[in-house]
Design a protein around this ligand. Structure first.
Ligand code: HEC
Length: 112
């Protein structure tokens, strides 16, 4: 019986493993040291009570960008708009947060 093919096969397998190891080592060498992510406008800016409430109760359906690109409205109109989200579209906004959010958005997107 000739046993020679087995060691040769084993040698080829080890060589293969060695090459794979070398290839993955080359891949993990970082060539880009830093990347710049695009500026996100998904969340409402700031950390006021209004910003926190808007982030808590509006983002489940829209990004901030969607609101940001709306036409400017008066404070009263934003109150109607936020109430519409609550009552027509069933946004789970606590009643006392509706004017807080409307005031905040009127500061960002208010008609002067
Ligand atoms: C339960 C999901 C839901 C939540 C939460 C929600 N909205 Fe909406 N919103 C909608 C739907 C549905 C529409 C109408 C369809 C569309 O334009 O995508 C809409 C439309 C809008 C519009 C476009 C104008 C209009 O009346 O159609 C604005 C502005 C808006 N929402 C603001 C807000 C703000 C601010 C909040 C947080 C207070 C909010 N939404 C929370 C579902 C929601």
């Amino acid at each position: 019986m000739n046993h020679k093919p087995f060691p040769r096969l084993l040698g080829a397998m080890l060589l293969g493993l060695g090459l794979c190891g070398a290839a993955s080592a080359a891949q993990s060498t970082p060539t880009i040291k830093s990347i710049e992510l695009p500026v996100s406008n998904r969340v409402f800016p700031g950390d006021s009570a209004g910003a926190k409430a808007a982030n808590a109760y509006c983002l489940m359906c829209h990004s901030y960008g969607m609101v940001e690109t709306q036409p400017t409205l008066s404070k009263a109109a934003w109150l109607v708009e936020v109430s519409k989200m609550k009552h027509a579209f069933k946004a789970p906004i606590p009643e006392d947060q509706v004017p807080v959010i409307a005031d905040y958005i009127a500061q960002l997107k208010g008609a002067h």
